[in-house]
Write a protein that binds this ligand. Structure first.
Ligand SMILES: [Zn+2]
Length: 342
C-alpha cells in the first residue's frame, strides 16, 4: 500500500520523519513521471509530488462524474474554449432561503474558478479568493437579478413592439423606485405614454383597415375599438371582443386618472402598470398572430401549440413565422399551408 501526503511537508518536519519510520514515503522528484517508493531507513524525509490534476477525482470520496462533467462543460463554454478544465471538485453546499447552492472549485490549465449553482455562475479565484465571501456575493447578485422587472410574452412579441416594451420596462423600474405621490403620478404619465406609443407601433406594423380616415394618433379609445374589432371580428367572439375593449378602455381611464391623482398610492401605481402591461400583452399577441397568419391549430399534427417566432434571417428585414411547438412545422407567411420544415 502507498500512503500519499497531499500537503507539501518540508523535509525537516518531525511529523513526517515519525511517519517515515513506519511507512514508505514517496520520493519527490518532479522530473520523473512515477514517484518511487523508498526505504526510509536509508533516506532522508522527502516531499511527495503533486498529483496530476486529471487524476485527483479518483481519490475523492463524494464524486459524481455526471455533475463534474456538466460543471466542467459550463466553465469551458464560459471561457469560449480558451481554457481546459483539469479538475472539478464540489467543496461546499449551502441552503439559503430554501435554495440549495453547490460551490465547485475548478482548476483549469490557466487558473482556478469558483462555480456556484442555482443559478450557475463562475467567479475568478484570483479576484475573489474567499469562498464564503464569493457565496454571499453570488446570493446577493442572484436576489437582485430575480427582483429585476421583466415583461411577459415571447421574444417575437417584445420585438414586435420594441419601443413600447422599453417604455413599459422603464415605467416598471420607475414604479419600483417610487416612494411619494408625485412619483406614483409620474408612473401614470409613463403608462399613458406607453399606451399611445403602443397604438402607434401597432398601426405601423399592421393594417387595421382604417382607410383614409384613421383615428388620431393619441385617440386611444378609438384605436382600442378598432383593434378589438379587428382581432375578434366574428359574432362568436363577442365576449373576447368585449373583454379586450373593456380592459383597454378601463386601463386608459385609470392611467389618465393617476397622472392627476394628488393622493395616489403605491397600490394605485402598481394597478395602473399592471393594467397597461395587460393591454399591451393581449393586443400584441393577437395582432402578431394575424400578422404572421398563424393558425389556431397546426395543419400537420393538429396541435394547438402554435407560436410565432421572429426570424431576422428571413426576407430583407426579417420575418414573423408561425411554428408548431409540437412537431416543428413552420408556416411561411407567403405559403398557404403549414409546410414541413424538414
Ligand atoms: Zn404540428
Amino acid at each position: 500500500m502507498w500512503w500519499i501526503f497531499p500537503l507539501p511537508f518540508v523535509s525537516s518536519c518531525p511529523v513526517v520523519k515519525t511517519f517515515g519510520k513506519q511507512f514508505n514515503l514517496l520520493r519527490c522528484d518532479m522530473n520523473k513521471e512515477k514517484p518511487q517508493a523508498i526505504d526510509p531507513s536509508t533516506s532522508a524525509c522527502v516531499i511527495p509530488p503533486a498529483l496530476p490534476k486529471g487524476d485527483l477525482h479518483k481519490l475523492m470520496f463524494r464524486y459524481s462524474e455526471q455533475e463534474a462533467q456538466e460543471i466542467g462543460d459550463y466553465v469551458e463554454w464560459q471561457a469560449h474554449g480558451e481554457e481546459t478544465v483539469l479538475h472539478a471538485e464540489k467543496v461546499a453546499s449551502e441552503r439559503v432561503m430554501g435554495h440549495d447552492h453547490d460551490v465547485w472549485d475548478i482548476h483549469t490549465d490557466k487558473g482556478r474558478w469558483w462555480v456556484i449553482t442555482n443559478p450557475t455562475n463562475l467567479y475568478s479565484q484570483e479576484l475573489m479568493p474567499s469562498l464564503d465571501y464569493t457565496l454571499s456575493f453570488h446570493i446577493g447578485l442572484m436576489a437582485r437579478v430575480a427582483a429585476r422587472r421583466e415583461l411577459d410574452g415571447s421574444d417575437a412579441e417584445r420585438e414586435f413592439v420594441l419601443v413600447t416594451s422599453r417604455k413599459l420596462l422603464q415605467a416598471g423600474e420607475a414604479l419600483d423606485a417610487a416612494d411619494e405621490a408625485e412619483e406614483f403620478q409620474a408612473v401614470g404619465m409613463r403608462c399613458r405614454e406607453c399606451l399611445i406609443t403602443f397604438i402607434r407601433e401597432l398601426a405601423d406594423g399592421f393594417d387595421f383597415g382604417a382607410g383614409d380616415d384613421p383615428p388620431k394618433a393619441a385617440d386611444f379609445p378609438a384605436w382600442n375599438d378598432l383593434i378589438a374589432n379587428t382581432v375578434a371580428p366574428e359574432a362568436s367572439m363577442e365576449y373576447v371582443r368585449g373583454y379586450l375593449k373593456t380592459t383597454g378602455e378601463r386601463a386608459w381611464r385609470l392611467v389618465n386618472w393617476l397622472t392627476h391623482a394628488a393622493n395616489a398610492t403605491s397600490a394605485d401605481a402598481h394597478l395602473a402598470w399592471d393594467a397597461t402591461a395587460h393591454v399591451v400583452a393581449n393586443y400584441t399577441r393577437a395582432v402578431l398572430k394575424m400578422k404572421a397568419k398563424a393558425p389556431d391549430q397546426c395543419g400537420r399534427c393538429k396541435s394547438f401549440r402554435v407560436r410565432v417566432d421572429w426570424r431576422p434571417d428571413l426576407g430583407d428585414e426579417g420575418m414573423y413565422v408561425a411554428r408548431c411547438e409540437e412537431c416543428g412545422a413552420q408556416e411561411h407567411p407567403a405559403s398557404d399551408q403549414i409546410a414541413d420544415d424538414n
